[in-house]
Design a protein around this ligand. Structure first.
Ligand code: AGP
Length: 588
């Protein structure tokens, strides 16, 4: 999952800095290297650096380049290490190209090109597309014919942006499974998402899979998979699509953690569940990855308890490869923040292809995303743009939608949801207490998270938050499962983070903690005022506001997010752009 952007200035001004600003909005998609190409007085001028965008900005100060049309790229390495040779844009004698996706047949194309005498600089699959274009130009085809031939030759996923030296006024763009938006405003732009081009555009068009476009400063011509001209509808660039920056916070993640009460409030105001939504539904299948998968696990507890509908939660990347049985009249819920996770998209398409009686719903944070557009209906998590790679506000907004769905036949519980925003506000006030805990565990090598019932997925999520940004190896367990093996991990040092509020599961969880406490010394408890009374001073306690126990998964996620955030800041790691990760995984 890389970030790509192209800008054509309508008034012939230098686009380099707008491209870099756009790349800054796209760094969440990958930050192994960055680069830009512009069409300057001496043809195609390129600058690339390894590492984060800041390195490219520094290099540009020393080696400025200028042009009124250009393309840029920020990389998450798939083929070939994070080196300058493998950085995009890829350049041949007459072609500049950036790519997000994976060319699955790059090896056969590359060997054919090598046999024809073409040379390669990098180990990337993307370079094969650029050299293929060069070959077609050398064979006498014009840029349009060369570009179309390349689209027919490559197999796999792509969002390509290409500038040809002898067509310096045009950017050729093509999309298959990797997101791309074309924008119109003071400039004409193309980007991986709306946010990256929102500073230069007021309207956008989302390309569909198989589409390609020829973009100039006068506008764009769109073509479908058969290269027939097609009309595409424009949508306004609205606030919920725009990354408004850190707003005075030191990191996007803490800003987004703090935005959760308002995100939950907005999500509660929309997403009303149609009365007949669950009519004729015999089972629910939830498909998701990562944090969104954890939301799905909570959904299972709620759906089965309150709707009495059998619910299965599947890791999307595993689902379609195990020849699953897809029962008729299944409601398929795809949960996703980005709406572009290819594992989830492909799992959804698999269901679509194999059982037409299923209804496909998406819980998504990006309305015009691939998954949203492929679903029969969308529940929009009103969290706003989420930039921090570790998902926070989108997660609790997903849980809020799942609660509205699961409680849709229980008016008492539905009304309880109105207490959530305030309880979340109050839990954010615990940050000073959490700072102390974070200070205690920041140097630990491992951490254990324990929860039961619908807090078991939150133990998994708390562990994921800590491991993905602080790099401490953390693992979540169902507390009752500890005695079946994981208890061997307990020693005097490892922090054992226990979610144990009062309620139906308290006694069971309390005894699981006693078993842990008999073997370990570093027990950290997240509970409420009622639960806290049962524990002596030997455990560290974080006391959360009281709330209906059905809503615990949403409320108890917040202090765990804060804990992961503070530990990471104390460790001096990169909170918003953790190593090896990217925000949206658009490659399998
Ligand atoms: C979130 O903290 C993780 N970075 C990651 O697991 C993420 O939840 C997963 O990649 C799914 O992304 P999606 O919600 O955009 O589909």
């Amino acid at each position: 999952m890389c970030g790509i952007i192209g800008i054509i200035s309508k008034c012939n001004s230098n686009v380099v800095f707008d491209i870099v600003n756009g790349l800054e909005k796209l760094e969440y998609r990958g930050y192994d290297s960055a680069g830009v190409v512009v069409v300057g007085d001496n043809g195609l001028q390129r600058l690339r650096t390894v590492g984060k965008l800041k390195n490219l900005e520094d290099k540009l100060k020393v080696n400025p380049i200028s042009g009124a049309i250009g393309i840029g790229h920020t990389r998450w390495a798939t083929h070939g290490k994070a080196t300058e040779e493998n950085a995009h844009p890829v350049l041949t004698k007459d072609v500049a190209l950036v790519h997000n996706g994976i060319i699955e047949n790059y090896k056969e194309l590359k060997s054919d090109l090598l046999q024809k005498g073409y040379k390669f600089e990098s180990q990337t699959d993307s370079e094969v597309a650029a050299v293929y274009l060069q070959m077609q130009l050398d064979n006498g085809f014009d840029p349009r014919e060369a570009f179309r031939k390349m689209l027919r030759a490559v197999k796999g996923t792509y969002a390509f942006l290409v500038i040809f030296k002898n067509r310096p006024d045009m950017i050729f763009c093509a999309r298959n499974k990797s997101p791309m938006a074309v924008g119109f405003g003071k400039d004409v732009c193309v980007g991986s998402d709306a946010s990256s081009i929102s500073a230069n555009c007021s309207e956008i068009v989302y390309l569909d899979d198989g589409d390609y476009a020829e973009v100039t400063k006068n506008g764009a011509t769109f073509f479908d998979n058969d290269f027939k001209v097609v009309d595409k509808c424009r949508v306004a660039v609205t606030d919920d699509l725009i990354n408004t920056g850190k707003g005075g916070y030191s990191h996007y993640m803490i800003k987004e953690i703090m935005e959760q009460p308002s995100a939950i409030r907005k999500t509660l105001l929309s997403n009303d569940v149609p009365e007949a939504f669950f009519d004729n539904i015999s089972r629910i299948l939830i498909l998701a990855c990562g944090t969104s998968y954890h939301a799905g696990l909570v959904g299972k507890y709620w759906f089965e308890k309150y709707l009495r509908i059998p619910t299965h939660v599947e890791i999307a990347s595993e689902y379609r490869y195990r020849s699953p049985v897809i029962e008729d009249n299944t409601l398929v819920l795809v949960i996703t923040q980005s709406g572009e996770t290819i594992d989830s998209l492909e799992a959804m398409e698999y269901v679509k292809k194999n059982n037409s009686t299923c209804r496909l719903a998406a819980i998504s944070n990006v309305l015009n995303s691939a998954i949203s557009r492929s679903a029969d209906c969308v529940f929009h998590t009103e969290a706003g743009v989420e930039v921090g790679v570790a998902s926070t506000k989108a997660f609790t907004a997903q849980l809020t939608v799942l609660a509205k769905l699961a409680f849709s036949k229980n008016s008492k519980l539905l009304s309880q949801l109105q207490n959530l925003p305030q309880a979340c506000e109050d839990s954010l006030l615990l940050k000073n207490d959490i700072d102390k805990i974070a200070y205690k565990i920041k140097d630990c090598v491992n951490a254990i998270y324990l929860g039961r019932d619908s807090l078991y997925p939150i133990a998994l999520e708390g562990a994921l938050k800590l491991k993905e940004i602080s790099y401490i190896h953390a693992e979540g367990f169902a507390a009752g499962e500890m005695k079946h093996g994981p208890i061997a991990l307990i020693d005097d040092v490892v922090p054992i983070i226990c979610l144990c509020p009062s309620g139906d599961m308290f006694d069971k969880m309390f005894s699981n903690i006693q078993v842990a406490q008999a073997r370990g010394k570093n027990i950290i408890l997240f509970t409420d005022s009622v639960g806290a009374g049962s524990f002596d001073g030997s455990v560290e306690k974080i006391i959360l506001p009281s709330i209906n126990q059905e809503l615990y998964p949403i409320l108890y996620s917040i202090p765990l997010q804060l804990l992961a955030y503070v530990v990471t800041v104390l460790k001096g790691e990169d909170v918003d752009k953790p190593r090896n990760l990217a925000k949206s995984v658009t490659v399998e």
